[in-house]
Write a protein that binds this ligand. Structure first.
Ligand SMILES: CC(=O)SCCNC(=O)CCNC(=O)[C@H](O)C(C)(C)COP(=O)(O)OP(=O)(O)OC[C@H]1O[C@@H](n2cnc3c(N)ncnc32)[C@H](O)[C@@H]1OP(=O)(O)O
Ligand SMILES: O=CC(=O)O
Length: 271
């Protein structure tokens, strides 16, 4: 039987060794529980909506631009300006949040590094929490490693981090709130944001994200609502978070204006 530990209103059905406690603090897990209670049901509704849309495609309907959002595609609006460290993104690197790869990616000379809790990361419990430890150490520039006869530490100049939480289709089955597993994306976002947002700002950067695999602008609206709420909870100005949406699904290609519009205070473009 899996161990079960209560922290901050979350039930963790996985081991919590002492080194995980600096990430799974009561305050951080209260924040995870808050976001999960408020937004999990919307994740479930949006996943149900995906199934309905897919059923229409299966029945022969073609994807197309949405009539109800014509005013957005034709409207006069702009996304908010970007901070200085997101102006030059000509070279980007990504990979899992393994400690050595985090250091190598930050030192690689790329402008941006996307530490990945999604495709390139196997979402085992250990990978997820150790990844958060590695990123917290990277933000504070205390990350180092001795392996294979080499010592790894950060260069003076490192890439800007845009962290990729999991997509809405993935659940974090090691963490339960009110008896149900929580969205993996909320777990990844909440812990990184809670532990690092203020530290990043103090160091002249910010809490930046890549958002994967969305299939509708309504899924962007959910992220935007989570960003607004999270910034309020931590007392950080609205619009501080910046996020780039990955266009990875066919329906998303028909809603790119809408993706930008929904996230317009927080958008760092689509890619
Ligand atoms: C959106 C997306 O693109 S998702 C995909 C993101 N990319 C990845 O997941 C690839 C991650 N890398 C890997 O899986 C492996 O490195 C492979 C399969 C490419 C190669 O494996 P191996 O031949 O065993 O080489 P190894 O893993 O030792 O890598 C060689 C060196 O490159 C570094 N490296 C490899 N990939 C990365 C990466 N993505 N980021 C930073 N460093 C990396 C390793 O840390 C290692 O460093 P070292 O020379 O200091 O030991
Ligand atoms: O986002 C793209 C991927 O391959 O992962």
């Amino acid at each position: 039987m899996l161990p079960s530990t209560e922290i901050g209103g979350c039930t963790i059905r996985a081991p919590v060794p002492p080194e995980f406690r600096r990430i799974l603090t009561p305050e951080a897990m209260q924040f995870v529980a808050h976001l999960s209670r408020r937004y999990s049901h919307r994740v479930s509704e949006l996943l149900e909506r995906r199934r309905e849309v897919q059923a229409r495609y299966d029945a022969g309907q073609q994807p197309n631009f949405l009539p109800e959002t014509k005013h957005i595609r034709e409207g006069d609006w702009k996304v908010a300006p970007l901070p200085a460290d997101l102006q030059d993104r000509r070279v980007e690197i990504t990979g899992p949040t393994d400690r050595k790869m985090v250091i190598n990616a930050l030192n690689s000379g790329a402008n941006v590094y996307m530490p990945d809790f999604e495709d390139s990361n196997c979402p085992t419990w250990r990978n997820l929490v150790e990844g958060q430890i590695n990123l917290a150490d990277a933000v504070r520039r205390t990350i180092s490693l001795s392996a294979g006869g080499k010592t790894y530490r950060l260069n003076e100049r490192v890439a800007v981090m845009l962290v990729r939480p999991r997509g809405w289709h993935l659940w974090e089955k090691h963490v339960y709130v009110d008896g149900a597993p929580i969205p993996g994306g909320i777990f990844d976002f909440a812990l990184y944001f809670f532990h690092n947002a203020k530290e990043l700002l103090a160091r002249g950067s910010g809490p930046y994200f890549y958002l994967p695999k969305m299939q509708s602008h309504l899924e962007c609206r959910l992220w935007n609502d989570i960003f607004v709420d999270s910034q309020r909870v931590l007392g950080i100005p609205n619009g501080t978070i910046k996020a780039t949406c990955l266009i990875e699904t066919l329906p998303a290609a028909f809603e790119m204006h809408e993706f930008l519009y929904e996230l317009r205070d927080h958008s760092a473009g689509t890619i």
